[in-house]
Design a protein around this ligand. Structure first.
Ligand SMILES: O=C([C@H](O)CO)[C@H](O)[C@H](O)COP(=O)(O)O
Length: 187
């Protein structure tokens, strides 16, 4: 298979994956975002990069958004949401954050392959992105993707988060122009 054929195959994988994501779960997550004063986003590695892309768009919708671990990020409080992006739902640093957020009384949201995971058990709202786990794609036969590791999850995660932004725009009557007005002007 050549480069563009791979890209076409990836699109087919994503189409199959996205039809298996629940609208109800997405809407529940959108409602949780709207009910929270501040939204803190966290994820490790590539999952974290997708989370950061979402954090920017969520800021564009007018919400108070922070990426956990950045120097200017304040503390989380009981009226806030910690939204975690983790395929496994078991990543150590994120599990620690989730436990701390729960202890403080904040809500935890999770986008994951594994709702039954440690973080899943701490989360009030979960959107399941039913891709292959990163370790399964390394083992022959177990995967539903031709891609290595967590790539299918991470791509599905980004699309799912962009769908969440559109859902929030619908719910709040926000336009793309409103959002563009909030974009960074020191680029
Ligand atoms: O970067 C990642 C790795 O390349 C797998 O594709 C993962 O996103 C990172 O390891 C975090 O894992 P999860 O918390 O299980 O998403």
């Amino acid at each position: 298979m050549s480069g563009t054929h791979y890209a076409t195959e990836i699109l087919k994988e994503l189409e199959r994956l996205l039809t298996r994501i629940s609208n109800t779960e997405l809407e529940t997550m959108a409602e949780l975002v709207l009910r929270s004063e501040k939204v803190f986003i966290a994820g490790a590695g590539r999952s974290g990069l997708m989370g950061k892309a979402f954090a920017m768009r969520l800021m564009h919708t007018g919400r108070q958004v922070y990426v956990a671990g950045e120097t200017v990020t304040p503390g989380i409080g009981p009226t806030d949401l910690l939204l975690l992006c983790s395929g496994s739902g078991e990543t150590g640093s994120l599990t620690v954050m989730a436990r701390k957020a729960v202890r403080i009384g904040a809500r935890v949201g999770l986008i994951t392959i594994k709702p039954e995971s440690t973080i899943g058990q701490l989360a009030e709202a979960i959107v399941q992105v039913p891709a292959s786990a990163k370790e399964d794609t390394a083992a022959s036969g177990a995967a539903i993707t031709i891609q290595p590791m967590g790539s299918l999850f991470e791509q599905g995660l980004l699309l799912c988060l962009d769908a969440l932004v559109l859902t929030l725009m619908d719910m709040e009557g926000i336009t793309g122009a409103d959002m563009f007005g909030r974009h960074a002007n020191l680029e």
